[in-house]
Ligand binder design. Sequence first.
Ligand SMILES: *[C@@H]1O[C@H](CO)[C@@H](O)[C@H](O)[C@H]1NC(C)=O
Length: 368
Amino acid sequence: MAMRGVTVLFFQVLILCFQAKAWNPVRRSYEVKQEATTLGNVHLITECMHVTSEEGEFSFIKLPPTRSTSSWKGTGGGRGLGESWSGLIEMESDTMLAGDGSGGEPLVANGGGGGGGGPAATVCGVYFVADPDQIIEITMKQVNVECRTGGLMAFVDGWELNGQYFPGEQDHEQRLERRVQEFCSEQAPPQWSTKAVTPAKVWVFRSSQNCALVQYRIPVRGSFVISARFLHNSKPCHIMAEGLAPYYMLRNYGQPKNCTLTALFPAVVSVIALEVGPVDKNVHYCERVRSDDKLEVGGSTGLDPHQMIKASTICGRSGGRMDLDQSILCGTTSVRLVSSGQYNNQAMITIRMAEEADLRLAAVMCAM
Ligand SMILES: *[C@@H]1O[C@H](CO)[C@@H](O)[C@H](O)[C@H]1NC(C)=O
């Protein structure tokens, strides 16, 4: 239930993108909105899905309604916090709160009956996106979000929507459990909980790529203040494309890893230059050839590039400039550079928002 709210917002953002025909104006409208709600240097978070490409302080506050209808009686069990968000949400909406099977004490909310899963339990998020060669550092300056009343916060190394993640679960160097750090006032994130909890609760998180997410669920009351800083990343692998850069580079730096470039809009992807695999091979399609080093272009409805419908798979070396345009008419457009570690692979890519004229040339179309 709760996540559905985010879905609707996600599509609203997509529709906004369409209307604006470019991400740039969309970003500006966010900035304008933020200016309007800025107190000194602090951005006030007023929307459930708050997308920003700005550094600075962000604060959220929720006061209890005048007539409290909450019947939450949560008991924040230690390891139960390790539950994934979706797990928690299912638990809430089911209100059948038996053991969760994960072995830990579940975050139990009982006695509520029909109350669970209502608007009060909505999961919201502050979605940060920086330049491709930056990572995001988030400092939790204040956390007044109590597990006791069903509240929870999480730092996500990447973005999450409807249970899908960018970078994809299979593509990220860290396992998902390590990428999602849950916490609340009474409970430090796992990486801090072994040591003495910092008295002032100053927790600092860093993302591995240019996007990060701070999720929060505050059913009754609570507040938080976070501070975001963008730091330089000398070897970017996964990139959330904002559509502002003239081109994007995907590189593996000789490593056995997969790097992805994702844009949250239907796009025309153009591969400008390619160096993937053995030196003596020209650029060719390699869907059918068994090849450990390749560039995949495609699209999907969700966030995870690993689950995309492929438009093409190409290998080889272009020498000079080439133009291989492909229209990907999906909510999410992705390019994946798959590398065995045997070669220094790289690809230069441009992405622009698809326009009406590009519809005819669609290489991939998703239900939207
Ligand atoms: C990269 O992706 C390929 C194919 O999608 C997969 O077989 C491989 O295990 C991945 N490698 C890494 C290091 O994640």
